[in-house]
Ligand binder design. Structure first.
Ligand code: APR
Length: 288
């Protein structure tokens, strides 16, 4: 493995770091075979606007089209395995007191590589929940009495009387699979992937946790993120404002490149193990 050439003072700061945050975007999983967002809109899907397939409005309008696109994406996620970059991040847990992964990815590959402290800002593709009538409607439902959430899928759409009281029911048997959009067996709401679509808010608790990690850590590695989608895009800049060491790994420049303490031009699967090896001296992760 060839070592990365990094300013020795920066190496020192990284070695001294007690809490390292890894902030990742779609490029992190590109070498695992999960397409980045731009790459997802190719082939059959090239004629669709993202607004037609990844928004609550699109699901309301044409749930089957939105479901089919996510099933298509889930196929590449299921076929993917963590790459050497995911494993290097997991290996860092044995070398640094605290490692927090903040990811915009919905593929679950960090967990599969063995990372333990993970904030999935945009949700998880392979987890389902009920579609709520107020999904994507900022103002919420205009009802005299807001509906109670279904105890099984969390959707707020069905009157309590419609709930099937069978306590043995679970959503575990439902997954993103080809076919008609499934419904919650308890309240009848359509099921959807538990991800954050365009026009939807991030979970405020997760965003707070991510913000706090950026403020309280010592160093940030920003990997494979174009930093074009807010509010996640602001997170690494917060770490810079706080004076923490920030290193970017991305084959292409971003708005962070000129401001970061170092910008490594390379793919995550090769550059991350080299960085971990160069700074901390080991990059063997637990892996799958
Ligand atoms: N290693 C590291 N980075 C890579 C690699 C690689 N092998 N290949 C591509 N990249 C970089 C690209 O240069 C780009 O900067 O990954 C980034 C991918 O950009 P996007 O597709 O915009 O992904 P991301 O930044 O995660 O987008 C943020 O926008 O599409 C929505 O909600 C979706 O979470 C996503 C968010």
């Amino acid at each position: 493995m060839t070592f990365l050439r990094i300013d020795p003072r920066l190496v020192e700061r990284l070695r001294d770091a007690l809490h390292v945050v890894i902030f990742t975007g779609a490029g992190m999983s590109a070498e695992s075979g999960v397409p980045t967002f731009r790459d997802r809109m190719t082939g059959l899907w090239a004629r669709h606007d993202p607004q037609d397939i990844a928004t609550p409005e699109a699901f309301r309008r044409n749930p089957q089209l939105v479901w089919d696109w996510h099933v298509h994406l889930a196929e590449s996620v299921r076929a993917a395995t963590p790459n050497a970059g995911h494993r290097a991040i997991a290996a860092l847990q044995d070398l640094v007191q605290q490692v927090t992964v903040i990811t915009q990815n919905i593929d679950g590959l960090h967990a599969r590589a063995g990372s333990r402290e993970i904030i999935e800002l945009h949700g998880n593709l392979l987890r389902l929940r009920g579609f709520r009538d107020d999904d994507g409607r900022q103002e919420g439902l205009r009802l005299a009495r807001p509906p109670r959430p279904c105890p099984l899928c969390g959707a707020r759409c069905a009157p309590p009387g419609a709930w099937n009281p069978d306590p043995g029911l679970s959503l575990a048997g439902f997954g993103l699979a080809a076919g008609p959009v499934p419904r919650c067996p308890k309240c009848g709401a359509r099921l959807r992937p538990d991800v954050v679509w365009f026009n939807e808010m991030l979970d405020p608790d997760l965003l707070d946790q991510a913000w706090a990690a950026m403020e309280n850590c010592d160093a940030v590695l920003c990997v494979g993120a174009s930093l074009e989608v807010e509010p996640a895009a602001s997170l690494p800049f917060r770490a810079l404002e706080c004076g923490h060491a920030v290193i970017e790994i991305n084959p292409a420049p971003t708005a962070l490149s000129a401001l970061a303490d170092a910008s490594v031009r390379g793919g995550a699967a090769s550059a991350l193990p080299r960085l971990v090896e160069s700074v901390w001296g080991s990059a063997q992760g637990p892996g799958e």
